[in-house]
Design a protein. Sequence first.
Length: 509
Amino acid sequence: MRFHVSATAPAQAKADALVCAIVERPKTLSKVLAALDRALEGVIAAAVSSGELGGERNKTVTFHTGGRLPAAKLICVGLGPAEKVTLEHARQAAATAAKAARDQAAKTVAFVTETFGVARTKPADVVGALAEGVLLSQYRFDRFKKKEEGAKKLGEATLLVPAAALRAARAAASRAEIVSAAVADARDLVNLPGNEIWPETLARAAQEVARKRGLKCEVLHGKALETNKLAGVLAVGAGSTHTPRFIILEYRPSRSTQKPIVIIGKGVTFDSGGLSLKTGHNMDDMKCDMSGAAAVIHTMAVVAQIKPKFPVIALAPAVENMPSGTASRPGDVIRYASGQTAEIANTDAEGRVILADALLWAKRYEPAAVLDLATLTGACVVALGEHATGLFCTDRGLARRITEAGAATFERVWELPLWEEYERQIESDVADVKNVGGRPAGPITGALFLKKFTEGLSWAHLDIAGTAYIEKERAYVPKGGTGVGVRLLSHLIANWKSRPTKRVARSRR
Ligand code: BES
Ligand code: ZN
Ligand code: MN
């Protein structure tokens, strides 16, 4: 889909569909809407007074313009009660209207962005949200389906803005384009079935991002995993003929002396449970178990384009968790690079086992912060459902930044505790820690296992088990892989007020 920002006046815009937003039961029409209403000889005002155009959230009403405007149709989309409109409502409304236009066989669509105004919000931020809503709403995963003749598809979307707002709007829209493309790429990786994506193909996806965006990519496998003592990756990957990889993607601005941010993603390309085999119930969903890796790999594409002043490093331990004669057994004990030992009491709690390697690895960068994203526990799905990612954090400042980024992007997080009282559940009789802690507080004991490997780090763990893969379509998120994390991490990194390292601070004094 081609995508533009333009200062064309709405009444002059040529498109199959012109889109305006309208608040719930408006007392008067906004200035732009009133002008369009005059051109349409009062049909909008009439529809408002009859109640047909009620402005209910995400409800669309279509008018044929009958040649009274250059646009063939006007689609009005509801924002809900005026005093409650948020950026997310605008994002959803744009997405809903874009889908309605597409379903009505429109090829070109133009959005009157002024009608989407949100109180106390910069117009450019509204434009950014609308661009995201439009772009993300058009995502489809149809590569394994027979090509449909004449499938409905938007060819071109234009955001109409006042001339004075053009510059800021273009910048916001181009950021949204970068981020939305990365979200779509992450969704693709998640939606690819387990027979299309293995550790080696996940690594290839990372190398492809590196090649396209000028990043450094290193992939460890075979002997290199052993020499680097990546014991968790080796143990979990031992059962599969598709051998494990440890993926490292680096963005390093030249001459930067600042500390990096490290983002880590769980990359289990398929989670059968291993010898602690899962039941057949929803096992097919376990192709989503590399959603964390997909998010960090494609966030790096965004990073490479927005070019922060500090380094950003993505780590993705990639394995296929399979049962076989070479697989790890429940009860096996492994020794990490740090010398710490872990009892693998249940081979289905594999995410934490491979993430521990990545957390230990992250320390070599002396990072400002480390975030890991993982579809870690079914219990997190039970606790928070599809609408919130579980957050665990050892640094109040970092937790605040993440919570803010979550709110701004609507990839919301909800914090759960890391209280030491829960640690008893993961005490092992034979090793320093056990990889399962029983049914109570499943997401917390999973996070506490990880915490054992984060000494000295400012660290956050995001359990995306509920948010990475959804059952019910939303305005701009289809069923299946959501790409969750890409928008949150991109926002966090773009707004990170970086601190210089101590050494630099001193030399400047
Ligand atoms: N990948 C799963 C968690 C998961 C479940 C993600 C549902 C997305 C949707 C993880 O590896 C797992 O199997 N966790 C176990 C942990 C248990 C054995 C302590 C679980 O949640 O049952
Ligand atoms: Zn898993
Ligand atoms: Mn598992």
